[in-house]
Design a binder for this molecule. Sequence first.
Ligand code: FAD
Length: 367
Amino acid sequence: MEELSSEIIDGSFRALAEIALLAAARADGHEADLTAELEALRRHGCLAAPMRPEGSGFAYAYPAARSLPFFVALGSVDLSLGRLFEGHANALQLVALFGRADQKAMVRARVERGALLGVWGADGSPPFAVEPIEGDRLRLTGAKRYASGLGWVSLALVPVTEADGRLQLLLIDVDEPSRLDFSSWNMRGMRASRSGTFRFDGLEIPVSARLGGPDDYRREPFFMGGIWRCAAVQLGAIERIVRGLADGLRETGRLDHPLQSARVGEAILAARDARLQVEAAARAVEGGEEAELAASLAVFARLRVESAGLAVIALAERGLGLSAFAEDHPLARPIRDLSTYLRQANPDAALLDHARRLAARLPEIFG
Ligand SMILES: Cc1cc2nc3c(=O)[nH]c(=O)nc-3n(C[C@H](O)[C@H](O)[C@H](O)COP(=O)(O)OP(=O)(O)OC[C@H]3O[C@@H](n4cnc5c(N)ncnc54)[C@H](O)[C@@H]3O)c2cc1C
């Protein structure tokens, strides 16, 4: 297994300790500001950690055995920050896989100076579109919505659906303040993730902003398979809620009541199931398992994390009662954030599609 340097690992621990204090002290209104937490990630080398320098560019070298614990730990201290870092790692992996040498060199230089990257796929209204114009340039129109890190992400990978239905990635500077629309992110959770709308109308970029070829983005195991990172971040919050449930019941002398013990037991079962699936998915995707199978395992891990998260939230709210609903209760924000962040695209289709695929491969899964 490829190892990260001890410097990067020590930096991760220092960053986490600092972020835990910052996150605990931060108010959770719609103005919530993660600038200090992002600065801690930058200062401790975490933003550059997934890159292994190669010439003037880089390879994505963030082994699951090291990155998974960091995604989980970030999700435990702050889901919004975990979401931003997960998107950053996803973007770096895609640039390493499909970028040209000059694109890798540019991205590495920017990240080493502190840039945060994102992947903004969800189309807004009107949807994002691209029109070729003279001088090897592209004119952009439309919007992306639910784009995490508005104002913090300076460089985004933005897929466009071409006329023939294929997806083309573009690498675009997205730091122009007049294009950011924060008002669309009026959600009850993940407030600090600044996941609003970015408007592209009138922006012109060179054709060379294309990253990879048509449909490279859809190549498995890194397209659907990449969802394991999101699931790992969510797992961190699930485990935090289970700890909070057990601690809360212990503090009030209610843990030994058989029904409360049963709730804690059910919560541990759900969280452990979720962890085992996420770990297996991470190993499959990053460890060279056959691409389509790895992608299906990652999608199923996402679905198990979703059901585990919903179960654990219900158990914690039922077991702790009204006190867990107070704004300043330690579980109030993780529960609000997790219930929002669990809403990922089209879970019904994910189940149906990958159930069919996995049903055809049961001997490989069951051994
Ligand atoms: C905190 C947060 C940050 C995010 N950041 C980003 C980001 O940086 N970049 C990005 O690209 N996206 C981001 N997203 C958006 C994410 O990728 C999804 O697009 C979004 O979460 C989809 O949620 P939804 O509930 O609207 O999904 P939907 O797909 O609308 O699902 C809602 C329900 O409808 C069902 N359903 C879906 N389609 C159909 C249909 N045709 N017929 C019947 N039922 C249907 C689903 O199964 C589900 O039950 C973020 C989301 C969150 C929560």
